[in-house]
Design a protein. Structure first.
Length: 134
């Protein structure tokens, strides 16, 4: 019986993500023996791990970011089309093209004056799109 073997690089090592490669490079180069360099490495590692952590997320913006990323990945996979009408007002009839919905959601996310209610509304709309309920 054959045993399943994971992917390996040319040296027989398991593949690593970009964060791991950067941290190994820092250690090899001798970069930063000082406290500032140690703190910088810790911040970078935290940033790498913060990207798509599992679970519901702790803030509305993190939850929104996940839904927006999922919508864009679904779009890249071919569903929905950029001009597919999305039901944005909940009446059961598509009224706004997907491209405009995403542009509006990104505008809300990038606006520092956006309220939590606006972010929550956009997150809920994107979630409905991702679950194909819009």
């Amino acid at each position: 019986m054959e045993e399943a073997v994971g992917r390996r690089d040319l040296r027989g090592r398991a593949p690593r993500d970009a964060c791991d490669r950067r941290h190994r490079r820092d250690r090899r180069s001798g970069a930063g023996g000082g406290e500032e360099a140690v703190q910088a490495r810790r911040r970078r590692r935290a940033g790498c791990r913060r990207g798509l952590k599992p679970g519901g997320g702790t803030t509305k913006k993190e939850q929104f970011d996940r839904q927006l990323l999922a919508a864009l990945l679904n779009f890249a996979n071919g569903d929905p089309d950029f001009n597919e009408l999305i039901d944005t007002n909940g009446n059961g009839t598509g009224d706004t093209p997907f491209l405009q919905v995403v542009a509006g959601a990104e505008a809300v996310r990038l606006d520092p004056a956006s309220t939590d209610a606006q972010i929550e509304a956009q997150k809920n709309l994107l979630e409905r799109i991702n679950l194909e309920q819009a």
